[in-house]
Ligand binder design. Sequence first.
Ligand SMILES: Cc1ncc(COP(=O)(O)O)c(C=O)c1O
Length: 355
Amino acid sequence: MATMDTIKVTKASTSRRGNVDFSKLAFGKVFTDHMLVAEYANGAWGLPEIVPYGPICFDPSMATLHYGQTIFEGIKGYRLADGTAAVFRPEDNFKRFNRSARRMEMPDVPEEIFLGGMKKLIQVDESWIPQDYDHALYIRPFMFATDEVIGVSPSTTYKFMIILSPVGPYYAAPMRIYVEEHFVRAAPGGVGYAKTAGNYAASLHPAAVARARGYDQILWTDANEHRYVQECGTMNVFFVLDGKLITPGLESGTILEGVTRDSVIKVAGDLGIAVEELEIAVDELSDMYNTGRLTEAFGAGTAATIAKIAELRNREQVMAFDPENAPVADRIKQILTEIRDGKTVDLRGWMVPVA
Ligand SMILES: Cc1ncc(COP(=O)(O)O)c(C=O)c1O
């Protein structure tokens, strides 16, 4: 079985780190010097290896390219105030990764490879972790089917990889979004709760339509009636109603169970803010807005952490929220940032040291 010490490391001959301007990092455009690779065949995982970052070569018949049997995760690593490096709640992403794997009929990835390999890879590329506020090392584990065959059946071989990307803030400005009543992200019994590529591919056209209409994102609604709030882009969504935080529950299996979502719920609890997970009808949101009870709206996800919603359009109604007056979102973001920067007590051991 692989352990962090048995992972073979082949170092890049030169580092590209010196060529990167860390003050101008776009999201997901720059990658570190190394990547982790592990292969699955004959019912077992081989030993993972860390090798120089670079292209990978495949047969045109590779199953993933045709049938989309592939899953991924998104995690962030930070430089703490004491100078050490730590990753935010990676065990939760590890568990979600294997939930996605099972739904997509793929093998579980062992903890030693996913978490042990991640730590070792970050150690090797530690100099790439940005220091600035709201910057991070984005960690992208992924697995894909590698059988070379045309035919719809689960692959018998897979590749698991981790790549790393230093990133700046994800969304610069508060978002303008509208309630989607035509396209559907996920239906009950489908793959909405899995972090699988097809969910994202299917969202590209609706998102392009939204952008053409001058909006940043869509607020997805349920597949049956387009009545109930689901999520927004790559974020779970929260509203502040009568000072209480509300967010859609996860029972339908159509929403991705966000690690940031869970963190927001727990931090809100610590702050004495009541939180309810429930079915939220869009028309009820409209009514609550009209009576002044709905005061904030924001998205929560690893990439953006907390992204405020400045405008939410429901048919003809525009719900405007003042991003400068969003005390709940601001307070929760501040605490999450302090935990991630190692500037406040990490009560739940969310920051997992890399060393
Ligand atoms: C569809 C979707 N919903 C919600 C989230 C938020 O999840 P997390 O907080 O774990 O990043 C993401 C991002 O991973 C996502 O892709």
